[in-house]
Design a protein around this ligand. Structure first.
Ligand SMILES: Cc1cc2nc3c(=O)[nH]c(=O)nc-3n(C[C@H](O)[C@H](O)[C@H](O)COP(=O)(O)OP(=O)(O)OC[C@H]3O[C@@H](n4cnc5c(N)ncnc54)[C@H](O)[C@@H]3O)c2cc1C
Ligand code: SF4
Length: 330
């Protein structure tokens, strides 16, 4: 592993200042489960993805590890561990979807030190990106090896230039829950809906979100769910012990007498960003959910563009959407 400087920030302002002073190869450090024991250990680098030279630890900033719940919703510090979210009784009662998604992340050990901000901002898992010998677009190279290579785990929707799938289970749940995040930078803090946070390769193939190098995510906020809103989380994976999603579905369903009034259906494992299946939501609008969900779930086929080895994901996505919506209703 390459050596690096380690800075323990004690305030958000200090972290922002350090990131500015240390320059473009400085990175924010959460639990380090991806940055240190993945990216840096495996020497994943390229012209557009230099190895970090300095890390700014934010788990040492007390305000960033706390979780607060009130009548207006929940605020979770970006450095809160995944386990602290799962074990928080008020989060369990108010946002079981987030708890279920978080509980499906990795192993108990990783969840004990992996942070919410680290999970949302982790780099993709494409095996070409993670392989030393493949200088692909996302590393600043000039080819996507998934186009001609083994693309069984790659995107079926929204891939252009690069066909990664967004790796974060919590990100999928947070988009479904209409959550927002706070970003701190040299100009102060701003709040951004997760709808606007993730960016695809067409916008910038080198990044997966709008964060600039000298910015960090400080907190995630969740609005309360309406009383007639129900949720469900389903994740299908290859290895049952722990694994990333082949396909996951986060469903938030607001209904009246079984009729769809509002809601969100968001898919993980299918696209470079957590993918909101508007096409399915629109097909359910104002309709009896149980009578129409099979046909509505089939609408996902109209937006899917599978590659040579991953058309099985289209079938899984359709089946899981139907199952997740019915599970939420039940
Ligand atoms: C074996 C294994 C299995 C896994 N399985 C899953 C899975 O099934 N589902 C899933 O979702 N994840 C999975 N993961 C990923 C794992 O959950 C993440 O590695 C972990 O959540 C990242 O948290 P961290 O705090 O350790 O992040 P770090 O490694 O510290 O950081 C990850 C990235 O996020 C950036 N970052 C961290 N915090 C912030 C912040 N506050 N603001 C801005 N940028 C920030 C870092 O700069 C870095 O680029 C798996 C990982 C492993 C090793
Ligand atoms: S899918 Fe993206 S990360 Fe994977 S090889 Fe292609 S360009 Fe690289």
């Amino acid at each position: 592993m390459k050596t690096f400087e380690l800075h323990d920030a004690t305030t958000v302002q200090q972290a922002v200042t350090l990131l500015g002073q240390l320059g473009p190869t400085a990175k924010v450090l959460g639990g380090g489960s991806d940055l240190i024991s993945g990216v840096m250990k495996d020497w994943i680098q390229g012209k557009g993805m230099p190895l970090p030279s300095a890390l700014v630890d934010i788990t040492t900033i007390p305000q960033m590890t706390t979780i607060q719940v009130s009548g207006s919703g929940a605020r979770i510090g970006a450095a809160a561990t995944l386990t602290s979210i799962i074990e928080h009784q008020e989060i369990r009662r108010g946002w079981p979807l987030l708890v279920d998604a978080t509980e499906s992340v990795a192993s108990p050990l990783i969840r004990n030190f992996g942070t919410l901000g680290g999970n949302i901002n982790q780099r993709p898992r494409c095996w070409f990106l993670r392989g030393e010998k493949f200088d692909c677009y996302k590393k600043g190279g000039d080819f996507c090896f998934a186009v001609t290579g083994d693309n069984r785990y790659h995107a079926i929707i929204g891939g252009e230039l690069c066909y990664i799938v967004h790796p974060s289970d919590t990100a999928t749940a947070l988009v479904a829950l209409s959550a927002k995040t706070k970003i701190a930078g040299p100009q102060g803090e701003r709040e951004v809906a997760f709808d606007e946070y993730f960016i695809g390769p067409r916008t910038d193939v080198l990044r997966e979100n709008i964060l600039q190098q000298n910015e960090l995510m400080t907190e995630v906020s969740l609005p309360p769910l309406a009383s007639n809103t129900k949720t469900a989380w389903i994740k299908l994976k290859d290895r049952q012990v722990y694994d990333f999603a082949l396909v996951s579905v986060a469903a938030v369903v607001t209904s009246e007498n079984g009729v769809w009034r509002d809601g969100r259906i968001v898919l993980g494992g299918v696209s470079p960003v957590p993918y909101r299946a508007k096409v399915v939501e629109d097909a359910l609008q104002g309709k009896d959910i149980r009578a129409n969900i099979t046909a509505a779930a089939g609408a996902i086929r109209s937006v899917a563009r599978p590659m040579s080895a991953n058309s099985y994901k289209v079938d899984i996505a359709q089946g899981l959407i139907e199952r997740a919506v019915l599970q939420a209703l039940a």
